[in-house]
Each structure stands twice: as structure tokens, then as C-alpha cells.
Design a binder for this molecule. Sequence first.
Ligand SMILES: *Cc1c(COP(=O)(O)O)cnc(C)c1O
Length: 501
Amino acid sequence: MPELESFSLDPASPAEWSALRAQGHRMLDDLFDHLAHIRERPVWQPIPPDVRAAFDEPLPSAPVSLAEAHGRFMSQVLPYAVGNTHPRFMGWVHGGGTVEGMLAEMLAAGLNANLGGRDQMPLEVERQIVRWMRDLFGFPATAGGLLVTGSSMANLIGVLVARTRALGMVSRETGVAEASRGQPPIAYAAASAHGCVAQAFALSGLGTQALRRIPVDADHRLDLAALQAQITADRTAGLQPFLVVGTAGTVDTGAVDDLAGIADVAQRERLWFHVDGAFGALGRLSPHVAPLLRGIECADSIALDFHKWGQVPYDAGFILVRDQADQLAAFASPAAYLSRHPRGLAAGSPWPCDLGPDLSRGFRALKVWFTLVTQGTDRLGAAIAQSCRLAQRLQARILAEPALELLAPVTLNIVCFRYRDPTGALDAAATDRLNAELVADLHESGLAVPSTTTLGGRTAIRVALVNHRTDAADLDVLLDAVLRLGAQRLPDPVLSCEAAP
Ligand SMILES: *Cc1c(COP(=O)(O)O)cnc(C)c1O
């Protein structure tokens, strides 16, 4: 047989390795420079058509150099990203990231670990995160947890665990309808709950109609009396209430449901109590915010994101379950090719693939661990408290400005307001249009990026202060730009005929 030539995608010689090393250092330096000078850049800028078109090319059969690929990243990708590392990014709910998290991503990619299972130290890093979260939320030693993409996945896992708990493991085989034996399962969340909660009902086969949306009070919190009345009515009607979802930090206004009150109802009615704490749950790290979350420690499961207020680079969501046995009941599946052994690399059961739907999983835990240990929870908590103080300051300036109107009380870090025509000439629909256009004007100005929402049928400018780099001067830039661009969008005053020459 002819000798088979060796082949690899790695550099072929010591000289090639040195060239790669130098190029790698340049790439790292470019990112440090980018982050160190982030303030000097526009938050966001529109993608030029030729740049967009540059990424519509045939699949490359021959290589280009790493330097050329990196050059394209620097000129065509980096300048046209969302901009959430920028201190004046205040749209949606996006974290700012940490440099330590960025470096940890590189280390994790170099290790190329698959965290589906097996006996490896990277899994001990993830288990450390689970234990830290267990302690932060006052959960017992029986608790289990898993890093996932984000809270959309974490909430889905929470719903699936609650469903299996209520309908039994048999529901994994028979499906929901048969397992519920003529008593359709029904769950509850406030009208203000995130859309991914309803989506979890669609994906889980329960159907979105199995999730009742409970009205909120004037503070945008779930109305407890309405919840209790609905549960009672549903039991009378032969339904099977099994789950209530509370939100720690609603995406619209940052309201926090009365978690202790919901916990009482859940205990009395024997419901699974899940908390969507996507951004708000990590408020536990701040002594100023933690009291607002009272009752979260009573939850059966909590979804949260490290990539929002935890400042860890995307993506890093997390699900914590009070009793890991419930999580195993919902997900663990026997498979010959995944069999465990008391020793060797196939030891260390249970594995993460027993606790959620993913088998192959990246080493998300490393960037979470790096961010937590290099910043420490005091500093991360201080960044959270600072966001809330900035929100209060923004609220005060809005209340003092006749051309601005506050649209919701400020609980945490989200401020909803709008520009209003000081002359009163614009009707409601025109004011809605003006505010939507004003936000797009702001985006295109590159000065600041808030987003919009609809509150009580009115278009709101929504500012979510999550980024640890944002300061008070950034809020002034935002409000000055809102006032200037808003005035520019007002209709010209009608000139009277007599005034014409
Ligand atoms: C962001 C958010 C989600 C969704 O989380 P992802 O990480 O984007 O999947 C769910 N609920 C709330 C309250 C959120 O703020």
C-alpha cells in the first residue's frame, strides 16, 4: 500500500506557527483597542449596502489568509454590530460584556471542550456555578442547574420540568393529552410576562391556551387576587392548575411581581412556582435590589441570564431547579452510546445532557466563572445598583421636563417615557408615530440607542440601563438628543395669511 501523507488543518511548520502567533496577537490587540476606545465610536450605524453585499459570495473552495479574514472582520463586521458594548446602548435588555469574559471565551474555544458529559474538569467549573447560584438564591443542596443559551431556553426547561412533575414521567411517552386524564393542565403568568413563556407552552405541547394571562395592577405587577380567583374558577371547571410563573424584572417596565405573595398562593394551591428572573434575578447580588426580590428563594425553579445584568458575554443563560431529581425526570434518557461507567472518562453521572435537551454543549461556564472571580460579586452587585440609580436620575430629569412624559413607574433599571408636543397640536396617533421615528432618528445619529415598547396602547421610548459602562453624562446625551430631535419632528407652526407679504 502507498504511504498515506499526513494531513491537518494546523500550521505545517514552526515558521507558520510563529506567523500565526503574531497575527493572533494583532487580533487580540485590536479588540483591546476597540473596547478601550468604545466611547469614541457611534453606538450603531446603518450597514452600507456594499458591506452587506460583501457577505453574499460563493462558498470558498480555496483559502484566504487569516490576516485577510481578520481585516474583513475589522472593516465589515465590527463597525456594524448592535453596539451593546457601548455605554450609550440602552435598548432592549442587553449586557455590556467584560474583557475577562472575552478572554475566557478564547480559552474555552482553545480547549474545545464538549460539556454534554464525561469526567472532565470543565464540568466541575459548571458545577461550581450551579453551587454558587444555589447558595445565592438560598436553594437546598438537592438543587440542580444548567447553563443554556438564554432565558428563553431556561424558561422552556422550567415549563418542561413543571409539566413532567405534574403529569408524571409517563407524559414523556404518551404526550400531554393522555397523561392529563381528562383534567387539562393550566398555568398562570402575568399579562406582562415575557413572550418566551407563552412560546414555551407552544413548544412543550401544552399549547399557549394552557397559559392564562393574569391582569396586572397599576404598578405592572401580577394581580394576586385575580390569580387566586382564576385558580379557584379553573378547579371548579375541572382543569388542573399546575404552574405559576412570576417575573423578577419584566421586560417592558422592570416591574417585579410580588414573588412572596405568589409563593404563598403556589404553596396553598400546590402549584410549581417558576420565576423568570432573566435580568432581575441577579439583583440578589446588590443589597439595594435584593429586598425587591423577596420570595424568589421560595421558587421551584428560576431562569436567569448571566449575559444581561451579569455582564458575561453572550450567550449565558441559566436554569436553577430546587430538586435536581425533577430535572432528571424531565430529561434523562438512556442511550447505549452514552452509557456511564464507574471509572474512566465515562464516569461522573449525572451529566448535563441528563438535565436539558442539549447533548453537545460549549464551555459557557468558563466565561461566567472568569467574570465572577475576576470582578467579584460586590463589584457586579455595585454595577447593578448603579444601573438603578441612573434610572432614578433619568426619571427625575424626565419629570422635570415639560416636553417629556414618564409612562411607567421606575422600579429597577428600565425607564419608559415619551416625547410630547409641548404645544398640544399632535393627536395621540401622531405622537406615537413621532416617538417611533424619534427612536429611529436616535439610532441613526449614533448618539444613543434606546428601543420602544407599547404601554397602555401608547408608544414609549424604553431605556434599559444594563451596561456597566453607562454613566450620568450618557443619560444627558440621550435626553438632550431626544429633546433636539423631537423638536425637529414637530410640525412647523402654521403661518397666518395676514403675515404673508
Ligand atoms: C431577555 C428576557 C427573556 C429572554 O431571555 P433570552 O436570554 O433573550 O433568551 C425572558 N424574560 C425576560 C424578563 C427577559 O428580560
